[in-house]
Ligand binder design. Sequence first.
Ligand code: ZN
Length: 251
Amino acid sequence: MGEQSQHVDVLMYHSISDAGGPTSIPAQVFSDQMNALAETGYQVANFVDLVAWRDGQNKLPEKTAVITFDDGFLDFREAAWPVLNKLGFPAIVFLPTDCMGGYENWNGANHPPRQLMSWGDISALHKDGARFGSHSQNHANLTQLRKEELGVQLRQSRSNLENALGESVRAFAAPYGAVNEGVLSAIAKYYDIAAGTRLGRTDTAVDVFDIPRLEMHYFRDIALWRRYLEGKAERYLAIRKFARNIRQAFH
Ligand SMILES: [Zn+2]
């Protein structure tokens, strides 16, 4: 059929809890968002499948979503995975490997800090089908590191994950979505694909090392989420994008 341009929606979550703030989504809202995906006929693909899709080596159904979680909060195991598992939806969690087993302790962390998964949790979930990628070693802003430190963060977090999971790790997400040209080319040395935090849909022209995502905080209103999934709320996304760019410009 050739020229049709297809989009994939890559969803971004952090914590599924009542902790408040833009990185926590209540369990009921999450469950409603997932059910809306299923009910509107969406299929959910694995994040790494986007590489072959971009290269034209595999096809994805017209309505395809990818589900991602940053930071590896314990509530992924308790609140998110049971819902995903029931619907048969795959998901990837990006882990700051040196922080696991503790609490979030980086710049911008919630007060009180939210608990992270242990390596025992991670390995149990992996056996159950959950996927994992790297989110650096300690959730550093990679644009502020010297070149050698940057290489260590990318390489060491990957090898820690590979040792824990017993398989190769191909996916990365930069903390804070903070990247520049140097960071992006370093990521490309160690990984096949990386998620960013730019708001938007993903098409085959995308930079696979800076995949845009939908911040699901913006879609807590289930009626709005359903309208988006039915293709009726793209204007909403454009407005959010505009507002977000304005905000960032003043930061
Ligand atoms: Zn993060």
